[in-house]
Write a protein of this length. Structure first.
Length: 102
């Protein structure tokens, strides 16, 4: 698949920066929309104060029998109530599982 930006409805708030097909697997790199507010995963309040980014590898549901691996850029917010927290992402946990932290 060509390396270009496009948006799919599966990963709300994120843009596909890169996708790569290989036999039996699809690897997709997702980055947050620049204008998307980050929400605290603890209390759900939005935070303007993003202080770092990290990458997570997430296994999503297979597409047409191929494994789907997501490499997701997640922000960390400095929440007034909870302190530093990874941002909340609506679709993680619903159908995708975090495999490892990088
Ligand atoms: Zn919070």
């Amino acid at each position: 698949m060509a390396d270009h930006k496009f948006e799919l409805p599966f990963w709300e708030g994120f843009t596909v920066a890169k996708s790569q097909r290989e036999p039996g697997a699809t690897r997709i790199t997702l980055v947050p929309h620049e204008k998307q507010a980050a929400y605290c995963s603890g209390c759900g309040s939005s935070s303007e104060r993003v202080h770092e980014h990290g990458w997570r590898t997430i296994r999503d549901l297979p597409i047409l029998g191929d494994a789907v691996w997501l490499r997701v850029r997640l922000r960390r917010v400095r929440c007034v109530a909870c302190g530093p927290r990874t941002e909340r992402v609506s679709w993680i946990g619903r159908h995708a599982r975090i495999i490892k932290k990088i």
